[in-house]
Ligand binder design. Structure first.
Ligand SMILES: [Mg+2]
Length: 286
């Protein structure tokens, strides 16, 4: 029986902030096993929701050598991961998360807790966690993807049998989870389907300014180029922009979200005002 396709996700600095947090007393920078310190990175929620809505299984795989080093317990790691799942709740299933499973590796070769000290097949860059998830959840690794911010995430994926072309390292080109999700969905999109997304500006007439018009068109083309999505057409009128893609509707919506985010940031920087109406779920977050 062919398995289901999944997207494996690194946790720290892929889904949640880590490097940017100050180190806690007695812990190394990067040690995060306190649920109250979990905060999603920009684009993480939208990216995960887009992948989930496209029918992909989402599995987090995270090295937590902090347990071996005595900086946190397995239970604290579990609570921290539960907080992440809670932040990514599944609106269709009360109490459930769009993250299907989380695998954490507590081992580290330089630990102080004997039970967890040593190398382990689950520790990235080895592929053990991904292989275990594939066996337990019925995942087809040849049709699956990996998104991470570190080379060891990519190595673990390849070690487990995920094609290298299906690995995405976050960098300037693919800066966050939403951009990475678009790359995944571009790779899976059937080229026969076309969908259009339309964004309506905050103020009518804003696109009469050629600087705004040119920036929106250039940004749409740049997102398509970076993600591999086929952009068929971009049209602007006085009140908004429409982009047509060779992709299912859910992907077009994600493309629109990324276009909106990038051009809104540009407009605020340039003119001090938003380009697009703010959605209710963004109030207080920006
Ligand atoms: Mg990471």
């Amino acid at each position: 029986m062919p398995g289901r396709p999944a997207v494996f996700l690194d946790r720290d600095d892929t889904l949640i902030a880590n490097r940017s947090l100050s180190a806690m007393p007695g812990l190394r920078p990067g040690d995060l096993c306190d649920p109250s310190r979990v905060s999603l990175l920009p684009g993480a929620e939208e990216g995960c929701r887009l992948l989930h809505a496209s029918g992909l299984v989402l599995v987090v795989v995270t090295n937590q050598g902090v347990v071996a080093r005595g900086g946190g317990t397995l239970d604290e790691v579990r609570q921290t991961n539960d907080r992440l799942r809670e932040l990514l709740a599944d609106p269709g299933r009360p109490g459930a998360s769009i993250i299907d499973a989380v695998y954490a590796c507590p081992f580290h070769p330089e630990g102080s807790v004997p039970r967890f000290t040593g190398e382990h097949l689950w520790r990235k860059p080895m592929g053990g966690m991904i292989e275990a998830a594939a066996a337990e959840l019925g995942i087809d690794l040849r049709a699956s993807w990996m998104i991470g911010d570190s080379e060891r995430d990519i190595e673990a994926a390849v070690d487990a049998g995920i094609p290298r072309d299906n690995t995405i390292l976050l960098n300037e080109r693919v800066p966050d989870m939403l951009a990475a999700a678009l790359v995944v969905l571009a790779g899976r999109a059937a080229r026969t389907e076309r969908s259009t997304v339309t964004l309506t500006a905050e103020r009518p007439g804003v696109f009469e300014d050629p600087r705004v018009r040119d920036t929106v068109i250039a940004t749409a083309n740049a997102i398509a180029e970076r993600t591999g999505l086929k952009l068929v057409e971009v049209t602007l009128d006085a009140s908004g922009v429409s982009a047509t893609l060779e992709a299912p509707e859910v992907v077009a919506v994600g493309f629109g979200a990324e276009l909106r985010r990038l051009t809104d940031a540009w407009h605020r920087g340039r003119f001090g005002t938003p380009l697009w109406p703010q959605r209710r779920d963004e109030e207080g977050r920006e």
